[in-house]
Design a protein around this ligand. Structure first.
Ligand code: ATP
Ligand code: LTN
Length: 331
């Protein structure tokens, strides 16, 4: 049986970018592929590569787990767990650091971006992050990894690391393939369409949080940067902001961009933006309601306990074999 696995960092509030690029895709795949296993985790160890407030980190970790289920994940077909609750993730992450080169890590654009924004206080773990990410995936023998466009490079490096290990020690890890959505893989910031929508952004006008209420959603869409051309068409070079809004529209409403462009032919941006705001509210309201029920429930804790148990069992056996393979320990 094929296994599909993904993770999400509890670094801030979940955004519409996370939803369209990752969560929605995961839920869709689950509906489409009835013969696959689904592993999903909250990557709290990845979150601490930049400084976090402990109480907020713990709250967000649970929020993300609840939000995933609220977005339509089938809880009976998902192994949902918290990364730090499975120590083998770290153990393999360390081993994989010895199978990746400094030059490869230095080329990672996510690292370079974060360094350029932060300037000082760059942690060693931010640099070695891709080794832990590779471990997250290959420890569980995942076949497919659905992610947004920004993770393509990390996935490519995970594949390199898995291949390198297999070449050195004999076939042992499955080399994972990414699954990247055709529409919605890279949602841009509403105020600056040159930048990806990011949950760790300080300016909250640039992103829509999955927790935003109706008024906030409509306000943010209304004030999203567009252009003075005033014609609804898809032109990602000259009308970047509008192209991003069209992508959001198509992705959230499961429609073609061309259809939407035809619908708004001859109209200005006002009506288009109003309708887009309504579409987003229509999708997020029930999700928020589901979330409200789940976050207080014992059910969420039970799901995470079960997830930890299943993931741990797999990780324990795989790690025992892995250590034997590379000559660690006595037998
Ligand atoms: P940060 O801004 O802290 O780096 P992030 O939101 O980019 O966080 P994750 O939480 O780890 O990073 O992302 C989870 C998933 O959401 C990944 O698969 C990622 O590719 C996807 N994703 C993140 N931002 C976007 C976006 N703007 N458009 C589409 N997909 C996205
Ligand atoms: N690096 C990813 C989050 C992440 C992940 C993973 C995604 C950590 N481990 C394993 C898929 C599979 C990010 O920054 N968005």
């Amino acid at each position: 049986m094929k296994r599909i696995l993904s993770g999400i960092k509890p670094t801030g509030t979940l955004t519409l970018g996370n939803y369209l690029g990752a969560i929605k895709q995961f839920v869709k795949l689950q509906k489409k592929m009835s013969d696959c296993e689904f592993y999903l985790f909250v990557a709290d160890l990845h979150a601490i590569t930049v400084r976090q407030v402990p109480s907020e980190l713990r709250k967000r970790t649970l929020d993300i787990a609840a939000m995933y289920i609220a977005c339509g994940l089938d809880k009976d077909r998902t192994v949902l767990y918290i990364q730090s609750e499975i120590p083998q993730n770290v153990e393999l992450g360390y081993i994989l650091q010895s199978n990746v080169y400094m030059g490869e890590l230095e080329r990672m654009t996510q690292f370079k971006d974060k360094v350029s924004k932060q300037e000082k206080s760059i942690t060693a773990s931010l640099f070695t992050y891709p080794a832990l990410m590779a471990a997250d995936i290959i420890l569980y023998d995942a076949d497919y990894v659905p992610v947004g466009d920004d993770q393509k490079q990390h996935l490519e490096l995970s594949r390199t690391i898995a291949n390198r290990f297999n070449n050195s020690y004999g076939d042992f890890f499955i080399v994972p393939d990414p699954i990247i959505p055709e529409v919605g893989a890279r949602i841009m910031d509403l105020q600056n369409p040159d930048r990806k929508m990011s949950k760790s952004d300080e300016n909250d006008k640039g992103y829509i949080s999955l927790f935003d209420d109706e008024a906030a959603i409509k306000r943010k869409i209304k004030s999203a940067v567009t252009d003075s051309i005033g014609i609804v068409k898809y032109d990602p070079i000259n009308q970047k902001g509008l192209a991003n809004l069209l992508t959001i529209y198509a992705s959230i409403a499961d429609r073609n961009i061309e259809d939407i462009v035809t619908q708004y032919a001859g109209q200005n941006y006002k009506q288009f933006k109003e309708d887009l705001g309504n579409e987003i509210v229509k999708v997020l309201s029930p999700i928020q309601e589901n979330y409200g029920q789940l976050i207080k429930s014992q059910e969420l804790q039970d799901i995470l306990d079960r997830g930890r148990e299943t993931a741990s069992n797999y990780a324990f056996k795989k790690m025992r074999k892995c250590k034997r393979k590379i000559g660690l320990g006595r037998k």
